[in-house]
Design a protein around this ligand. Sequence first.
Ligand code: HEM
Length: 489
Amino acid sequence: LKLLQAIWWKPRMIEKKLKRQGIHVLPYKLLVGNIKEMNKLASEARSKPMELSHDIATLLNPMLQKLAMTYKKPIAIWHGTVPCVVIMNPKLIKDIMTRKFEFQKPEVSPTMKFFLKGLSNIDGDKWAMHRKIINPAFHMEKLKGMLPSFMVCCEEMVEKWDKLLSSANSCELDVLPEFQNLTGDIISRAAFGSNLEEGRLIFSLQREQGKLLEQSIFNFNSLWSRLLPSKLKELKEKMMQNHQQVRALLQGLIETREKAILSGNEYQNDLLNLLLKSNFNEAQESPNLGMSREDVIEECKLFYFAGHETTANLLTWTMIVLSMHLNWQEKARQEVLDLVGKNKPTFDELNRMKIARMILFEVLRLYPPTSVVRSIPKETQLGEYSLPAGVNLTIPLYLVQRDPELWGENAMEFNPERFSDGFTKPFFSFGWGPRICIGQNFAMLEAKLALAMILQHFSFELSPTYRHAPYVALTLQPQFGAQIVLSKI
Ligand code: HEM
């Protein structure tokens, strides 16, 4: 009876409640919901070659795109037995993202829950305390102190690319793995600058952990693996080994740093140090406040997951888009050369790079690395809708930020001028409200620096081997890589 209730009766009841409020609900299909047909339509769309355009929603999720264009109100689709209400209205989106205690992070698989416990996956008072402690580490003046670390990593990448061009005028390069290495290295240095070797080891283990987690989600969702759990068990054992190794390394680092802070022996201002100092200050106010050592370990691990792939994708799409729009590549290069010539850009000079900033925001509008999802543990009012408990809310940023009603008839076009006066339209690529991305200034600074240094040294265009195929694999990536032809300037 319980099973029947979960897979048939409850979905039926929710469907009725949603329909009564004028929400268009796709018919519920026992157990699988609409996932199967959604995936089928997406793989059909992907099997055809796509022209070089920014109209990518038809490729990412053709079913959702059609529904969103047909029904201007919220619609609901089924992820298995879970109803997902798709929200496109910016007023409702801001409301959801502002009411942080009512609209919470959704339940993830038990494996994800065990291995990812940091800021982005916690709620309530614990989240508020962690956010307060971590915030100071990402303040602008702290980021300014991290710029030399960012610079070293970018210089290493530019030197490597220079060497590739030492015997030829141009060369082809898939920039996606290049930027994954760059942002991984930057976050290692920024987080554990004074213990770089351990930092790199921690993050290479985290990288492997990320891949295993991705596989575990796939396996967890597949019915066969749940019936034959040996594959899942193997994955979990490997993940557990990595988890313990990372924990031991971080514990050692934290103990040494804590001793140094207490004895007044300052380390340089990397993220770990800033976090520990802020935690000490919090604990001094009251012994009940402050994060435990376990919490600090989890937050350090999260920096890597949250900050590495997202920024690598931003840089990758920027290279692709600037190869499609050579006039903007030239404008951005001119700005960099006018401001700094071939010198290393300073923090203030980077802040003055307006065209680079406009380009990065326009790329983030069209190619947001993630979408946002929330759950509601109890019946909740949202605008005119009363949403029943158990419903998830999905905000597909790649659709919202292409909506012609919000962004104008030319919403599909790449036009960085939209951001010449800052944010005049609803822009959610870094989230919104109290849970807005804590690392957004960090990401923008590293992306701007990397872009400026690339523009100083190279011109680039798309390789004939590049196939435009945006694809969601946890984050939005080019499915077959980002092959670019680089030439030296
Ligand atoms: C282009 C790069 C990035 C993008 C597009 C991005 C996007 C986002 C978005 C959309 C959220 C909100 C998710 C939600 O509300 O469900 C978020 C949260 C978060 N991001 Fe980023 N992010 C980027 C880079 C970074 C970096 C570099 C770091 C750290 C070094 C970082 C750390 C975090 C953390 C810890 C959260 C959780 C905040 C909270 O829940 O309070 N992100 N990010």
